[in-house]
Design a protein around this ligand. Structure first.
Ligand code: NAP
Length: 343
């Protein structure tokens, strides 16, 4: 069987990490790469990734030309978080009869914020006989798919809570900036108002996916505004020094409310100096389940794994728009990627 042919649509931070991981794997080959960044277009992918040798894949901004020429099995799409922005990009892939996995957060459960676009994507995917999935570590796994999986051992559920605490010092500089590390309270508030700090995108989608899986009809899903976490003592990363009293990062809660009770609560915390890093899920019910992963799963590493491991599952899936809860139980694809394909 021929290798699985992949086109990368977006060669930013995450797209580059996915490319490097794909290069290590067998049974899969990168045949094309798309990006709009002026410092990347026209250059060899290997060179942009900092690899020793060129790969013979030139990064292009001509979407139709890349797909017509390379005829891949699947595109890995990593450009932006909002479906209103990514819809036309994803539609352009589907129209070439190519399956899609995207890290677009809203696509992880698009029925919540963009039901019309979700319906259109589903129709388009079915028309062209391809499957489309939004995934990543979060949304995509830690605060939704993993929670949903744990509910399978419950007879009754009263309340679900998932907490993610990460020490932002271990993350990339752009991430540390994105959470406001080093700012004063006033600067943080200004950046929130200007939309430069958005908090975590995807909390509402994760709540909606959990509720859908267990058929809870929520009255309301609400993400609270991101709040600054203030450093009590000086803390630092390799890039940023945070004085006591300044912003070390952020915390954001989101809740799903049913009959005036907060029945699903997600709590995302990312700040420099977090002493303990973990992902914790508590399901209060029969039985009550408490699960804690320590340290928390690294966002970039986990996202790359989620996306690449999903390739055979998406290729095996029926046509249409999928979410993680529609696929078989997630698992690693460690061997030659072709071994996981259905005959
Ligand atoms: N679900 C999850 O767990 C998860 C995890 C990680 C990341 N994500 C999401 O995945 C997305 C990618 O993350 P990232 O860190 O790689 O972002 P990034 O570093 O900004 O990379 C995005 C790349 O796509 C390019 N791009 C933007 N618009 C494009 C277009 N229309 N056509 C082709 N290329 C385009 C960008 O070019 P310019 O720089 O010129 O704009 C950039 O090179 C983000 O939305 C991020 O929030 C989700």
């Amino acid at each position: 069987m021929e290798e699985i042919k992949v086109v990368l649509y977006g060669v930013g931070a995450v797209g580059s990490l996915i490319a490097k991981f794909l290069l290590e794997k067998s049974g899969v080959r990168i045949v094309g790469a798309i990006d709009v960044a002026r410092d990347k277009v026209g250059r060899d992918l290997g060179e942009v990734l900092g690899a020793v040798k060129k790969l013979g894949v030139i990064i292009s901004d001509d979407v139709d030309a890349v797909f017509s020429k390379t005829k891949p099995d699947i595109a890995i799409h990593t450009t932006s978080s909002y479906l209103a922005e990514t819809y036309s990009q994803i539609a352009s892939i589907i129209k070439h009869g190519v399956n899609v996995i995207s890290t677009c957060e809203e696509l992880s459960y698009p029925y919540y914020s963009e039901p019309d676009l979700a319906k259109k994507l589903d129709g388009l995917a079915k028309k062209h006989d391809v499957s489309v999935l939004g995934t990543g570590i979060n949304p995509g796994f830690l605060m939704d798919t993993l929670v949903i999986t744990l509910t399978a051992a419950c007879q009754r559920i009263e309340r679900i809570e998932a907490v993610r605490v990460m020490n932002a010092a271990t993350r990339r500089l752009p991430f540390q900036k994105k959470i406001g590390a080093g700012l004063t309270m006033e600067e943080f508030r200004q950046k929130i108002d200007m939309g430069e700090i958005t908090g975590h995108v995807g909390l509402e989608q994760s709540i909606a996916m959990i509720a859908d899986a267990i058929a809870w009809r929520l009255d309301k899903i609400e993400a609270e505004p991101a709040e600054p976490v203030i450093a009590k003592k000086p803390v630092k990363s390799d890039f940023i020094k945070v004085e006591a009293g300044k912003v070390a990062g952020l915390r954001q809660r989101a809740k799903g409310v049913m009959r005036n009770r907060e029945v699903i609560v997600l709590d995302f915390q990312a700040y420099i100096g977090a002493n303990e890093e973990y992902d914790a899920i508590t399901i209060e019910g029969v039985p009550t389940i408490k699960q804690k992963i320590q340290p928390c799963i690294h966002g970039d590493v986990g996202t790359v794994a989620m996306v690449v491991n999903a390739i055979p599952k998406v290729l095996n899936a029926p046509a249409g728009l999928l979410t993680m809860k529609d696929l078989p139980v997630p698992s690693a694809a460690l061997e030659d990627m072709r071994k996981y394909l259905k005959a």
